[in-house]
Design a protein around this ligand. Structure first.
Ligand code: FUC
Length: 811
């Protein structure tokens, strides 16, 4: 956005203090009616959805550690493993009905629910005009603003000061007159106070249910409350007016009148103290902590809080910048929502919007993933419901992992840490699950869901559909993140620290495989959440030799093998893995030319099913590639053709990555555009409503409903189109530049700060699809030895020798 005339247009449209580039700004001309229009802010632990309403503002608040439940200590079905032999027998005599029936015995309890914290509303006592209304989210600074005649409001969530900050500033000679109230759906008490016309507070104490079930089983009736159990919290909303008066009002609120400015500080702390700690008896001293945070933030000025926040946020956000082309200023001048509509309906060319969606994924991840051992959940951290869809939990057959696909490539390894730390805890319950449910004596495993308590058992409570409930490859899948983190950072000390976890995941896989017809395979197996149709017309779930399991096991074992070599683990162990890999049932290509999902070449009940887990080896795995296994890559391509284009948000995001790995530039781009399809807010019922997978007006991903995984899948997909990398066994790295650059972005573009496996950061620019400038930064630990890096684009190859700390311009 360097063109002068464009700048002039922007100035006219946004006469604010500063102008964010279009690829860093969401902007609207009306307040949010629905959640899917509101703007998310977050400091990685606390977050808010900002509606930006004039008459009654609504700020929905969250704390990423507020969940129902308690530590997961009891094994729900201790004898479940006894049923495995019977299921296997049923399968091997091809009695799939019986296998499906018996699978229900191998199920445990459901996971807990992520909970909303509360809502701060402020009722405007002025009769403000509604003209010239603007609502923006500047993702370069992580600040939301709302302005209308008489008032300007700013909102941000500060990580260094652990508070959400809102400032209401009277403009145009007006005054602030507002009534503040706090609402909470959980058992709670709110106390309002006001002192000496200078400070008011709303203090809320509350607690979550000690147990609950997901919306699709127990619903609201499953919630059990006991004030002596479960996660407790205290929220303090401190109101600091400048000028005017402050007083409490009858119904528990605080009123500010005739103020020139009101600074609002919001802090919350829960008693959650780790997955294995009782949140009451061993909980955090949340009441003291929250008081300290509020007092410490109060000492700072708004400007100081803001500058500390921006500096902190930008240390992550500014690591990457991306230019894919220039948008017509007439298009940029439209609101983000209108741009999204026109992009969808008119097929408008809008590289700034494409960059914005990409950048938004980085913004969202930084904003929701900075809590030790508590990763971004199904909605990041933004949730208003006590019964959120799928509990807003961690679903491990795609969603939890997809959230972190962009982390390493976008230069956010610290942000990945929330998930990596969480994975480290899983063996604590996962070893029990391996023994009790599967009779596997070594290693650990993880089922379909997990929660803040790190539960690992298969869900379903003996009534869940085996297509999702019985899947047990969560450990194999999620552990690949450990190796990925190593390949990007080359931090051997770190790898050693997680080795028992990675090895445990691999050990479970090796203990779970059985031999049939001379090959190792899993039995029982399911393929997330797909259903096959046998030649005699049975629609079944349970199989032997499912290829999704095999692809995840293959990848997990390959990672464990590489890690064992790096760490100098015993040769016997490496040999055992090698032997297992050799005997794994090989992939097969079905009669449609597709990569087979089932042992037999059966029909799918629905060929357009959203899951594509058997393509795991192509992405996020690495063992199917266009160069090394071209037939399998072609079968993956065919599978995706059969599946078609219309699917859920997360599935669309995944497909961008899959197509990028296939080097199918135009298809990857087309699917990225499908991901950016305009979808109406769920509550909107007008005749022109749009439903399905895509993107809501606030650019959050529509499954639908809202799930954040599609945002992260899309962000990862853009990077996968621009750079792909592998770490070779001899520690050299191969980087493919512009492996799937579509025509729409080919003319000219640049990217700064993407990371490559082997421990590198890359800056490069292109013209007409060819690299014109390339810089490599060697980020490996200082102790690493010199390394060899090979980079290539469609027409050239560069070989670079580097040492740690070095920056090289490649000619
Ligand atoms: C998996 C998916 C669903 C949804 C849920 C949270 O079960 O199959 O589509 O995303 O997770």
């Amino acid at each position: 956005m360097r063109v002068m005339s464009l700048l002039a247009t922007l100035l006219a449209v946004f006469p604010t203090n500063r102008i964010a580039a279009q690829s860093n700004l969401l902007h609207y001309t009306s307040p949010a009616t629905y959640f899917e229009e509101a703007l998310p802010i977050g400091n990685g632990s606390q977050g808010a959805m900002v509606y930006g309403r004039i008459d009654e503002e609504r700020l929905s608040l969250n704390d990423i550690t507020l969940w129902t439940g308690e530590p997961d200590r009891e094994v729900y079905s201790p004898d479940a493993y006894k049923h495995i032999a019977g299921i296997r027998e049923a399968l091997f005599r091809e009695d799939y009905r019986e296998a499906d029936r018996l699978q229900r015995a191998v199920q445990g309890h459901y996971c807990q629910n992520y909970q909303p914290l509360g809502t701060l509303t402020f009722l405007n006592l002025n009769d403000n005009e509604k003209r010239e209304y603007r609502r923006e989210l500047d993702i370069e600074r992580a600040v939301a603003t709302v302005s209308y005649p008489g008032c300007r409001r700013e909102y941000f969530a500060s990580a260094p000061d652990s508070v959400i900050v809102v400032r209401l500033l009277a403009t145009d000679g007006g005054k602030i007159n507002e009534r503040f109230r706090y609402h909470c759906q959980l058992p709670h008490q709110t106390k309002a106070s006001a002192q000496r016309d200078s400070v008011g507070e709303l203090i809320t104490d509350g607690y979550a249910a000690w147990t609950s079930k997901p919306n699709y089983v127990g619903g609201a009736n499953s919630f059990r409350y006991d004030s002596n159990r479960a996660i407790h919290f205290r929220t303090i909303v401190r109101l600091l007016p400048r000028g005017g008066k402050i007083r409490t009002i009858e119904d528990g609120g605080v009123e500010v009148t005739d103020a020139n400015e009101v600074l609002i500080l919001i802090a919350n702390v829960t008693s959650f103290n780790g997955a294995d700690k009782d949140p009451v008896r061993e909980g955090r001293n949340y009441q003291r902590l929250v008081r300290n945070r509020i007092e410490a933030a109060t000492v700072r000025s708004f400007d100081n809080l803001l500058s500390r926040h921006v500096e902190d946020y930008q240390q992550f956000y500014k690591r990457v910048s991306l230019e894919l082309g220039t948008t017509d200023p007439a298009i940029s001048a439209k609101t983000t929502e209108q741009q999204l509509r026109d992009y969808t309906d008119k097929g408008e060319k809008n590289p700034d919007l494409e960059e914005l969606y990409y950048n938004y994924g980085r913004y969202l991840l930084i904003s929701c993933s900075r809590t030790k051992n508590v990763p971004a959940n199904l909605q990041g951290l933004w949730n208003e419901s006590i019964l959120p869809p799928w509990s807003s939990n961690y679903t491990t057959n795609i969603n939890a992992e997809e959230n972190y696909w962009p982390a390493e490539i976008a230069g956010l390894p610290e942000i990945h840490e929330a998930l990596l730390g969480f994975i480290r805890q899983l063996p604590a319950t996962g070893e029990q699950t391996a023994r009790a449910y599967y009779g596997v004596q070594q290693g650990w495993c993880l089922g379909h869901n997990t929660d803040i308590w790190g539960m690992t058992c298969p869900v379903g409570e003996h009534g869940g559909d085996p297509s999702w409930a019985n899947w047990n490859m969560g450990g194999a899948w999620i552990s690949t993140h450990l190796w990925e983190h190593y390949t990007f950072t080359m931090d051997g000390d770190w790898l050693r620290s997680v080795w028992p976890v990675l090895r445990g995941a691999a050990d479970f896989c090796m203990g779970w495989l059985v031999e049939k017809d001379g090959y190792l395979l899993t039995a029982p197996a399911t393929s997330p959440e797909n259903i096959y149709r046998t030649p005699d017309g049975y629609d079944g779930r349970t199989v032997y030799g499912g290829y999704a399991d095999l692809s995840m096991i293959r990848e997990c074992l390959m990672d464990a093998r590489r890690a064992a070599l790096v760490l100098g683990e015993s040769a016997d162990y490496v040999r055992r893995i090698d032997d297992t890999l050799k005997r794994l049932l090989p992939y097969r290509i079905g009669k449609r030319g597709n990569l087979q999902e089932w042992y037999h070449d059966w029909e799918d009940q629905d060929w357009h099913h959203r899951h594509q887990s058997h393509l795991f080896g192509l992405f996020p795995g690495h063992h199917i590639t266009v160069d090394a296994t071209p037939e399998l890559a072609a079968a993956c391509k065919r599978t995706l053709e059969i599946k078609g284009e219309r699917t859920t948000g997360w599935s669309t995001g995944w497909r961008v990555n899959l197509q990028a790995r296939l080097h199918e530039a135009e298809t990857a781009y087309k699917i990225y555009r499908v991901l950016l399809n305009y979808i109406s807010p769920d509550g909107y019922q007008g005749p022109d409503k749009r439903r399905g997978g895509g993107t809501y007006p606030n650019l959050l991903d529509a499954h639908a409903p809202f799930q954040i995984d599609g945002n992260f899948g899309g962000t990862a997909g853009v990077m996968e189109m621009l750079v792909q990398s592998v770490l070779n066994e001899n520690s050299s790295a191969d980087v493919r530049l512009l492996p799937a650059l579509p025509k729409a972005w080919a003319e000219s573009g640049s990217v700064k700060g993407l990371r490559a496996r082997g421990g590198y950061e890359l800056d490069f620019a292109w013209k007409d699809g060819r690299i014109t400038a390339l810089t490599v930064h060697d980020l490996r630990p200082a102790t690493a030895s010199n390394a060899q890096l090979t980079l290539r684009d469609a027409s050239r190859t560069w070989r670079v020798k580097t040492r740690p700390g070095q920056t090289k311009q490649v000619k």
